[in-house]
Design a protein around this ligand. Sequence first.
Ligand code: GDP
Ligand code: MG
Length: 172
Amino acid sequence: MADDAAQAKVVVLGDTGVGKTCLVHRFIEGKFVPHGASTIGASFMVKKMNVGGMRLTMQIWDTAGQERFRSMAPMYYRGAEAAILVLDCTNADSYEKVRSWVEELKRNASGEIFLALACNKCDLVEERRVAQEEAEAYAKSIGAVCMETSAKSNKGIDELFGAVAKGLVQKK
Ligand code: GDP
Ligand code: MG
């Protein structure tokens, strides 16, 4: 049977080590894979969802470490309809760097992109360096939804991807 679900490409952006691969694994496989990064070879993973009665197939693109070079291949952005910007809330530098990922996204993506900011590793309360209010204010300034997430504890994962799915469906 043909699959008539709407398709959408989602790119995951952020510095190395912020937890992009763990977030994607948590969402797709429902578990925390602490050292998942090096085992990822594929360019994207697929998740089928049902959003308010509409079927949506999300193609979630994770990097295979290319973000180290602070610039991604154009094909990474091609056709992307949503971007998940990830920061590590224990690392202030990763928050500053989100700005340059937004710039890179603007340079490379075409059309309107749904944006979400994930403040990941929110389980590490003691080591927190990026205030939730600050991240929320920044997200608002770029028109992004903001979520506190932990790939480790599973906090905010369904909310994050659910918000992205909803944003995508509204565009269709
Ligand atoms: P990536 O380079 O952005 O893909 O980051 P990874 O997904 O490879 O994660 C980098 C490191 O952060 C790994 O050691 C993970 O175990 C750890 N990590 C990822 N997400 C979380 C989280 O939500 N909480 C905690 N405590 N550690 C995390
Ligand atoms: Mg990774």
